[in-house]
Design a protein around this ligand. Structure first.
Ligand code: FES
Length: 160
């Protein structure tokens, strides 16, 4: 399936390129914008970004595969990221990980059949002081208990 940036998103990328003497450093921002528009980074997205920034597809792919926040397949509407790194682990991160896994029958990078939820085990998200934490899309939920996690997930389950 082909991919073209919307006019508005092309303008956003142009704005990003103006921050640097060359266009390549706008790559991470372009990938973020592309993921927002397309849901994930497909091969067609990679080609379009390479064209827009005047770099090679390999250069784009290298960044896509290095950073876990860029997804190479369609994830759920609510993408749940559970931190199991040290601070979160010491405060119940693995229990929360198991809880979410069992609730949706998912494993790492799994997506529910209705495409509503997906799950990812992540390394530290910089919120150690308020461990344990999860992120759902761009929102952080901190100082969690299993009860709070269940409340959050149930509210999303009943949301559109
Ligand atoms: S260890 Fe979980 S946010 Fe840092």
């Amino acid at each position: 399936m082909s991919f073209k940036f919307t006019e508005q998103n092309l303008q956003r990328i142009e704005q990003e390129t103006k921050k640097y003497p060359v266009r390549k450093p706008a790559l991470m921002a372009a990938l973020y914008i592309a993921q927002e528009q397309n849901g994930f980074i497909s091969f067609e997205v990679i080609k379009e970004i390479a064209d827009v920034l005047g770099i090679t597809s390999e250069e784009v792919l290298g960044v896509v595969t290095f950073y876990t926040m860029y997804h190479q397949k369609q994830m759920g509407k609510y993408h749940i990221q559970v931190c199991t790194n040290v601070s979160c682990m010491l405060r119940g991160g693995f229990e929360i990980w198991d809880q979410v896994k069992n609730k949706f029958g998912l494993d790492h990078m799994g997506v529910t059949e209705d495409k509503k939820f997906s799950l990812e085990e992540v390394e530290c998200m910089g919120s150690c002081g308020s461990a344990p934490m999860i992120a759902i899309n761009e929102d952080f939920y901190e100082n969690l208990s299993k009860e709070k996690v269940d409340e959050i997930l149930e509210s999303l389950r009943s949301a559109n």
